[in-house]
Design a binder for this molecule. Structure first.
Ligand code: AMP
Ligand code: FE
Ligand code: FE
Ligand code: ZN
Length: 310
């Protein structure tokens, strides 16, 4: 740990990652991005960790949107199943209207500044969903805010997927994706944004909380425009440690961009599934992270929140 308790930057040169799937490589299978019902996944933290065990995952990070609320339950399930657990979060950020996701591993769950920022985001997400539902209902889409709330687990981070779930529950659509293709997209007339920190601020908060910031699916084109090199450089200057290069939303071109940037700046490269249970096609272990990269992430953390090992 550094003298101020914040996380260290790992040594450059350890930016390797693999795309091995379960059973294909010889080392441990490491998946560093997964969601539970504590945000927009469809499985409880317990079921998520059990699913990881069944899928042959050796190390799983739980990374719910804007909350550490699933950590305790996931820790208990990890101890029971023998899966190693990396407690994490996925911070929703925004810059000039573009949504950016920042993974934060091994942060101090009691850090006041990060906790306050996440609480602000969660509160603003609830009001924002209510406004989206108002706009949709006013346009004749059969939906009430109560129906949406019924899809959000107690204390969970509410998001657009819960609107989709309400529309599935009331028989309007069959899959989340149908709602995202039209009504829930960022360029939809029903879209309302929520409070979200600038990604540079989010990197600073994660680092100050002793955690390790990794930019999630940096160049994804499926949801919004993604990050650009200049933004990644600013985030690097603030303490960014890695890029999630190997992800379903990245094709060869996005992976090449991530690799070139990582090489130039000395960033780690991770790979993960971004599993959401039945809410998305992403399957546990479909992309994985090299054990040396996980070691570097652990070394870069302050140690306040350890990896739970069997
Ligand atoms: P929000 O956090 O409310 O902005 O909603 C964003 C979340 O919606 C992301 O974290 C994804 O998990 C989910 N999402 C985005 N696009 C889709 C899609 N096409 N199908 C299912 N889920 C999606
Ligand atoms: Fe999500
Ligand atoms: Fe994300
Ligand atoms: Zn995610």
């Amino acid at each position: 740990m550094t003298s101020d308790g914040s996380a260290r930057r790992p040594r450059p040169g350890s930016g390797r990652a693999s795309r091995q799937g379960p059973g294909q490589g010889s080392g441990p299978v490491i998946d560093l991005h997964a969601h539970s019902t504590v945000s927009d996944g469809t499985e409880s933290p317990t079921v998520l960790v059990e699913a990881a065990a069944a899928a042959g995952i050796d190390v799983l990070a739980i990374t719910d949107h804007d909350t550490v609320g699933g950590w305790e339950e996931a820790r208990a399930a990890a101890r029971r199943t023998g899966v190693a657990l990396v407690p994490g979060i996925e911070v929703s950020c925004a810059v000039r209207g573009v949504s950016i996701h920042l993974l934060g591993y091994l942060t101090d769950p009691d850090d006041p500044a990060l906790t306050a920022e996440l609480a602000h985001a969660r509160a603003s997400r609830a009001t924002r969903l209510e406004r989206m539902v108002e706009r949709m209902a006013a346009d004749g889409i059969p939906l009430t805010y109560e129906q949406v709330l019924a899809q959000v687990a107690a204390g969970a981070t509410a998001g657009r997927p819960h609107i989709a779930d309400a529309l599935i529950a009331n028989g309007t659509i069959r899959h989340r994706d149908e709602a995202f293709r039209v009504w829930l997209a960022e360029d939809s007339p029903y879209y309302v944004s929520h409070h979200a920190p600038h990604p540079v601020r989010a990197v600073e908060l994660v680092r100050a909380a002793g955690g390790v910031p990794v930019l999630a699916h940096p160049f994804t084109l499926t949801r919004s425009r993604g990050a650009d090199e200049a933004l990644v450089e600013q985030m690097y200057a603030a303490g960014l440690v890695g890029l999630e290069a190997f992800h379903r939303d990245h094709g060869p071109e996005q992976i090449a961009r991530a690799k070139a940037l990582a090489e130039r700046l000395g960033l780690l490269l991770t790979g993960s599934s971004d599993y959401h249970g039945a809410g998305k096609l992403n399957q546990l272990g479909e992309h994985t992270t090299d054990p040396a990269v996980l070691d570097a992430i652990e070394q870069a953390s302050s140690g306040v929140t350890p990896i739970v090992r069997p």
